[in-house]
Design a protein. Sequence first.
Length: 172
Amino acid sequence: MALIILVGKSGTGKTTTIRYMKARYARSYTTRPPRENDDKISVTPEEFERLKDEMVEFKEYSGHMYGRPKSEVLAARQEDVVVDVEPKGVPAYTELCERERIPYLIVLLKCPEHVRRERAGERAGRDDSYFDGFEGQLEIDTSVFSPDNVARIIEVAVKTLKSGGGAQCLKT
């Protein structure tokens, strides 16, 4: 089994790709109010504070806290698990996987800026400079492939990784 770490700016198709994947999505905690069809677990700020020791990593964004339980990631011992992470959060996941001997694949989803802005609207306008220089083991241009094909490409790469094929850099 493996952990699939999806990284990409707003509008590159992370959430859409996850919907097409067979891997289980590792849910995260948040202190923001629940939204319709939300995949996050809403908790109070006090609960979040108590849960911090059980999280892989956590951050504040737009006045709310977000963090993912280690148990959600460690499920990758039994099944393929996918997470969506910002570049600065990747080391916490790779270190946990290395410590627990869980294979992982870092996938960077990209697309041309005009496509990203069209998809993400105002979310695309925020400062994404922390992505500069970030590289994934697998990089996919989501403007070229349909979401179901992006998911298939990732699943083939995970099978290759698990069969001993290594984590070679692939870019589409």
